[in-house]
Design a protein around this ligand. Sequence first.
Ligand SMILES: [Zn+2]
Ligand SMILES: [Zn+2]
Length: 162
Amino acid sequence: MQESARRGRLVPAMKRAQLRSSLAETRAKIRAAGLRSTAPRVAVLQCLQKTSTPVSHADLFTELADQGFDRATIYRNLIDLTEAGLLSRTDVGDHVWRFELRREGQRGLQSEHPHFMCTDCGEVSCLRGVNVRISSAPGVPRALSAKNVEVQLKGLCDRCAA
Ligand SMILES: [Zn+2]
Ligand SMILES: [Zn+2]
């Protein structure tokens, strides 16, 4: 009886603490990567924490428009966060960098999972957990065996194929 009453008080308190700590965690993450925690860096990182697909500079600018950052500030901070190892970037073949959170332990600045781009609507999605195996053959670039390549798949997304 006493035990359940105690639990009832604790759980909501923990949830509130988690909400409050997400900003503190974002700041701590930026500092741990060796950068100063600034308003645009926190805004960019928090925005990318909410999305599950890679986001372009233009998308981020639109998303953060009401916070008053200019395009150059957002771009510079995207590059800073990428170089500090917090973000990875990918170019799915349209010469536009798209950024997403970098997983812990990921090597290099490139994405560790393949991406799928719809040839009709242009939507890009992350294929997390998908493994593409390429068998080695004589004469393939060394980057292939070093796994220093990005895999991009194209086709129709479910919506466009329907
Ligand atoms: Zn589509
Ligand atoms: Zn991705």
